[in-house]
Every structure is written in C-alpha cells, then in structure tokens.
Write a protein that binds this ligand. Sequence first.
Ligand code: TYD
Length: 412
Amino acid sequence: MRERTACGTCKARSLSPFLDLGMQPPANALLGPRELEREESRFPLVLGHCGSCGLIQLLHSVSPELLFRNYVYFSSVSGSMSKHFAAYAQEVADRFVPPGGLVVELGSNDGVLLRNLLGRPLRVLGVDPAENVAEVARERGVPTIASFFGERLADEIRAQHGAASVILANNVFAHVENLEDVMRGVDRLLDERGVFVLEVPYVVDFLGHLEFDTVYHEHLYYFGVRPLMTLFGRLGFEVFEVQRKSVHGGTIRVHVRRAGQGAPKGRPIDGSVAELAALEEEEGASDPARLLRFAGDVAALREKLCSLIGELHRDKRRVVGYGAAAKGNVLLNYCGLGPDRIEYLVDATPAKQGLFSPGMRIPIKGPDLGGDRPDYVLLLAWNHSAEIMEKEQAYRQAGGRFIVPIPRVEVV
Ligand code: TYD
C-alpha cells in the first residue's frame, strides 16, 4: 500500500480528503472457507480531490498484482452489460474500423465486447492481467494476452500485429495508477488516425446518485470530461466526442484521437465535449463544499440503512443480500453489516458461490429466493435493479420485499 501525494492526471501535490470509508479489504477479494482462519489485509479507503485540476481520487493505492491477477469479476454474467457491449462493439466497428483493421481492448475481461466482432472482416485482440478470466475469453474464440498493458507490451503487439485502428478501455482506465505509461502504450500501438475509446463511470452521476459504494481500491479515479481533457491534452491527444450511458450507475464513453491530426479526418470536436465539461462545473464536481455535502449525505444514508436493518433484526425478519458485487462489499463493510444481520448473499456468478464476502465474511450462494423465501433482500447490485427485479418477480409476488440502498434507502 502506498500513500498517494500527487494527482494522477495533473501531478499537483494538492490532494485533500473529503470522505473516509475506513480500513477495508480489497472489495473483490472473496474468501474461500480455509481463508476464514486468517486475518485479511485491510487498507485505508479515503477519497480526496485535487485542489488544482479537481479530479476526485483515492489517497492510497494497493498493488495491482494483489487486486487484478486472480479476478472473480466476469462481465458476461449480467445480461444488460452483455447487451450494452454488443451495441458498443457494433458502433465502434462501423464508425472507426476499416476492413482488416485491428481492434485491441485493454481489460477485455471474458471477451464480453470483442466476441461481438468475431464474425466481421477485422481482427481483435484482448489484453487482461487475470489469467483465469483471459482463459474464458480464449475459449470463446477471443485471442487474449494475459498481461498488464504498458509501453513494452504495446511494442510487442505492434511488431506482431501492426498498428491498431481502435484501442478500447472499458471500466479499466480508473484502475490504473500510472496513466502515462498506458497512454505511452496507446501512442505506440495506435494508428496515426486511430481512435482510443474508453468508458468510465461518470463523476456527475457518482455525486448526484450518492454512489459511494463504487469507491474501492480498484477505482483510483472518479473521472469527468474535464480532468480527462487535461490529461490527454498534456500527452498529445484530444477528446473529440463524449456520450452518456446508463450502465454502472452512469457512465461516459469518451472518444480520443491524436491532437491536431483530426482523425478521423476533418471531424470537428463534437459539442458534447464542452457541454459535459460545463455540466461538471455546474454540478460542482470539484467544489470542496459540494464534496463535503456528499460526504454528509453518505453518513446519513449509513444511519438510515443501519437503523432499518436493526429494526428488522429486532422483529426477527430474515434479511439476505443480492449480488456479491464489489460495491456490495464496500457498503456492507462501511455499514458494519455482517452475517448476524445479513444471513447470506446470492450471486449468479459460479466462481463466487461457496466463498465468503471480504471483511464481513457473509456466505455466498446461488440465487434461490423462491425456495428459501427470506423476508427482505438488500439489493447490493442496485445498478442491475431492472434485470434482477424481473428475474425475481415470483419472489416479490409472493410477498418478498427488496431494500434498495442507493441513491436513497427504499423498501419496494
Ligand atoms: P456489478 O455491479 O456489475 O459489479 P461491481 O463488482 O463492479 O460492483 O456486479 C453485479 C454482481 O451481481 C455480479 O457479481 C453479478 C451479480 N448479478 C447476479 O447475481 N444476478 C443478476 O441478475 C445480475 C444482473 C448480476
């Protein structure tokens, strides 16, 4: 663990804290039954912001080897994410990839996006540090290198496959401490007129919907268009279009090209760039007073949720959690909700079943609400609310209730 003193994008040494979520284990470090005897490593989870460029970021970083080598997150488990990535893949291929062109995805996970391009007259290559996840992608026909991406790997890929027409990075850019090394790699690998497209959770949604549980050690940065423009501008790139998407509680898809080269040729910078930069200013995304209000609202949410669950416990109601998601583990640890309050978690990911949640050590099972009929289900994977509510219609019709914690505590 390392304390971070300089901003990840502008390098100013003016980071100050505004939200302390306590000492927490890595949110995806699920425990096997034998690991329950051991103490877990815990690291400070403190969010701060840069007084110079305004970027919200963690004030401590944990080794990527520890966080990403053996990963339990498989993107394809969620139907809505699979659909999102299918449409995304098609749009990018149609707009930016010439016949025979190469598409490289950084953090390609189980091939959830690239698999959609397999039938097309182009080439795909995934890069992901988690060997277990990369193997699933390969089985699906997506060639995948199990490694971290940086300048060196970029050179190797270019020597073997040539320049990339498109490089993608979805829900991974905020995970990387050394963004400059990644961007040097992008610079080496990207065709002169190539496009770098990334998706990151959007800071405006993060603040507006009180998504504090998306703060965990993997997520170093909470991006808006403004700090990204600063970063890319410094490294010889420019943002030319931004789209807002609803996944992961609110996301931006950011299109980047080499500055001044106008690739694709002649396309002007889209109005969306200035529009969203202005929105961030309006919403106070880097205003210390706004950030303190956010921290106050987070503390109030914890009070409300803990008192509701405490009451249900006194009334001898059975409560379980839905989704052994990283964000769920953050919420449970921050609120101190353990197996005495939340009997078990359900999750459809086979690799998570039979394990225990980090910190709170709640057992994880496959979903069977209909069979077991707990009284209440705490919806930890609230970003998949529509999909989960639909799957669990029968449970709800039989009188089962969901507690939705974010953006406000509600029983539905
Ligand atoms: P997600 O919110 O995507 O990720 P994060 O770990 O970044 O917070 O995780 C959702 C979890 O919920 C994931 O473990 C899969 C699980 N899930 C189900 O069990 N059933 C479902 O129907 C869906 C959509 C997700």
